[in-house]
Ligand binder design. Sequence first.
Ligand code: PMP
Length: 370
Amino acid sequence: LDRKPLTPAWASPMRQALEGVQGYKAGMTLAEAARRTGLSAFSKLASNENLLGPSPKVAEAVMAAMAEPHIYPDPHSDVLRAAIGARLGVSPARVVVSPGSEALIDYVFRAVLHPGDSILLSSPTFPTYEIFGRCAEARIIDVPRLANFDIDVPAVCAAAALGPKLLVLCTPNNPTGNALKAADFQAILAATPRSTVVFVDEAYREYHEAFDTFAMLDAWGGPWVSARTFSKAYGLAGLRMGYGVASSPELVDYLDRIRPPFNVTAVSQAAALAAWEDQDYLKRTVDLTIAERGRVEAVLDDMGVEHTESHANFVFLRSPAGPEATAAHLLHQGLIIRPTPVAGGWVRITIGRPADNDALIAALPAALSL
Ligand code: PMP
């Protein structure tokens, strides 16, 4: 009998690639904030949710979908994908849905990346790309953003020209709010070989529809996925719905091999459809959020606080007091915000309802030690 072990020994039963990977750290929950402060009510401004909530039509759709909890959801989300495709002018066969766009990032990264493949990104950006990239044993090629957090276009073009397996562009970018300009997007695509998969994360697109991403990507002609979400402007973060549009039905077919068949609940599909069909409500809440962002930014300017030109539903500003001290101070005023590790001491604060923003404006000078 050959008594050699079937699996070579390693120090841990877990995959070696996961050693040293730091899992995603979400913003503070209401329960945690209450435990830390003893307060009971908060403005939750740490996770870029839409505090105005979803279309009122969502509640009705959710109640109707709840009537049959014993029946599996449509594994293909056909009705929702048809509605998404129809409004966006693409075949539903090019649409994929997922429980949040973070799951779509997971599907794409797992479908595309072999160990040793390279992924090109520009930090500071959404940390999940690096986390999932490392889990896939990919090589992370970081072309850092400029001092104002815009993409370093010539440097990204030069790195993209070398043919990374995956090129990730987040626009508007989390946590900085910067958006790519059409000409810059065009220049990056022109430099990128058609063997690279381009992944454009447009989670905040509804706040800044800068250019026709699909048309530009189709004209480029390589494989691509644009990821979008119902978690932000559509106000459905708790129901976990994201979607993506891909360059071809064939690419979606590959993602479907990885996508768990019943990945989104019937309730979430119904809620997303109701939110999707109420574009008037979407526009009203987006317009209000953008106006409120302008109001907060004007106050920051008056106070002489450095901030980026945000195109999303949050502001990104430099705290002279330091991010952790500012977040701790605001927490005790009932405001949960997001300190970030970005060099220079930056915090990200979601734009809430007008009353949330009033409270923020009142508390900011002391929280920033001005
Ligand atoms: N991409 C970006 C840029 C984000 O900011 C977020 C949420 N913070 C996500 C993806 C994931 O969001 P969700 O899974 O809720 O769609």
